[in-house]
Design a protein around this ligand. Structure first.
Ligand SMILES: [Zn+2]
Length: 105
């Protein structure tokens, strides 16, 4: 890791409503509302690792921290057994689905 790569630094409190963190040796200051991490939808589903690309994915992520495919398949509150056949079949099916239409430049 290079010296300038400090993007994993924790957020610090700026005031009652906002947190901040500095990046690139303090050249970039990021300010965000507290709790923003709960609203930012990652590019990939934490469960199935497929691309999160639809509004439904974002809505399900905010509710259940997974894409809408996972949320539709896996009952809320049910513990997923990652060693089970059901999981293996599910994840195999997810990767056999058509590739996402997304361009990352
Ligand atoms: Zn998923």
């Amino acid at each position: 890791m290079s010296k300038t790569d400090n993007s994993n630094h924790d957020w610090s409190e700026l005031n009652e409503q906002r947190n901040y963190k500095s990046l690139n040796d303090g050249k970039v200051l990021v300010v965000a509302p507290k709790g923003h991490q709960d609203f930012v939808v990652p590019l990939f589903c934490p469960l199935c690792k497929n691309v999160m690309k639809t509004r439904e994915d974002a809505e399900k992520y905010r509710d259940r921290k997974m894409c809408h495919h996972c949320a539709d398949h896996w009952e809320k509150g049910k513990e997923i057994n990652f060693a089970s056949e059901e999981w293996e079949e599910y994840i195999e099916g997810r990767f056999l689905s058509p590739p996402p239409i997304i361009n990352i430049v």
